[in-house]
Ligand binder design. Structure first.
Ligand SMILES: Nc1ncnc2c1ncn2[C@@H]1O[C@H](COP(=O)(O)OP(=O)(O)OP(=O)(O)O)[C@@H](O)[C@H]1O
Length: 282
């Protein structure tokens, strides 16, 4: 089966600025893929090229078997959902009336509104005016808008930025459920925890180039030193290389009852991003 997204040698240049510099990757159908990068690394530019909002300067893009040249067609638009900075709601209308407009646009039955509101945890909120909603609720209405026509693939540009942990957890639960039902998800984020818990694979973008791409587990294994970190009851922090010589010393500490904690070196995606790019993701 063809990939959900194929990006071959793509470049995007704005005047003198090289925003995207020969990126090459694919998305498998049914996966959650995270594009991680600091501000200005090229995440939004990538999403815009993948959704037809912007043309690449060079290279080839295919999404759901459709070439970028056909991204402006209604047939393509009905296959994808988008949540981005540009996504907006009619503030003076109710949640229901906002979603009704999008149902009409996509030829979706109005019964889809109740279903999607349940999925984003906004059941019973349909008659509220959008201007009176909290930021987290608005974000969930935007998510409902992106999903109402049951697209095969959704693009979520920073879906949880500036939300509190309760709202983030709710959105994550919704996304997992959606993915289990078969939707492929492409998201961009600064949030390493989000990437670790949600994504099947992640790509690190920096300076318009993909610097790493793999599953979070494979990256954590690749960048681990495999050393053992031991903390003793008298406050010493010891590091033992993963080699036979360490065994005797560690055995002695354990036998003497000196070990308070012990764990292997397990870098977070944030640690790895810093090692690969020299930059922190905040
Ligand atoms: N329309 C444009 N015209 C000129 N330069 C642009 C334009 N859009 C983006 N750029 C430049 O391209 C580079 C990548 O920008 P982009 O918005 O894709 O980054 P980003 O990773 O999404 O950042 P953020 O996390 O802040 O949204 C930046 O140097 C930016 O200034």
């Amino acid at each position: 089966m063809e990939h959900a997204i194929e990006v071959k040698n793509v470049r995007k240049v704005f005047d003198q600025v090289i925003a995207i510099d020969h990126i090459h990757f694919h998305l498998n159908r049914g996966e959650i893929f995270g594009l991680l990068g600091p501000s200005g690394s090229g995440k939004t530019t990538t999403v815009k090229m993948l959704t037809g909002e912007m043309k690449q300067t060079q290279g080839e893009i295919n999404v759901l078997g459709i070439n970028a040249k056909q991204f402006r067609t209604p047939a393509f638009k009905s296959m994808i959902g988008i949540l981005s900075d540009n996504s907006a709601l009619y503030e003076r209308l109710t949640v229901y009336d906002n979603l009704k407009l999008f149902c009409k646009l996509y030829n979706t039955p109005l019964t889809a509104i109740d279903t999607i509101l349940k999925e984003v945890n906004l059941e019973g909120e349909q008659s509220k005016t959008v201007s009176k909603l909290s930021k987290g609720m608005k974000q969930r209405v935007l998510l409902a808008k992106a999903l109402i026509h049951k697209p095969d693939l959704v693009f979520l540009d920073e879906p949880t930025s500036a939300l509190d942990p309760g709202n983030i957890a709710q959105i994550h639960r919704g996304l997992r459920k959606l993915n289990e039902a078969g939707t492929t998800i492409f998201l961009t984020t600064h949030n390493m925890e989000e990437a670790t818990t949600l994504c099947d694979r992640v790509a690190f973008l920096d300076g318009g180039k993909i610097q790493e791409l793999d599953t979070p587990e494979a990256l954590r294994y690749k960048y681990s030193t495999h050393a053992f970190h031991v903390e003793t009851f008298d406050g010493r922090r010891l590091v033992f290389e993963n080699e036979p010589n360490s065994a005797e010393q560690m055995k002695e500490l354990i036998a003497n009852g000196e070990v308070k904690t012990m764990h292997t070196d397990n870098p977070t995606l944030g640690d790895i991003f810093l090692e690969v790019t020299g930059k922190e993701l905040v």
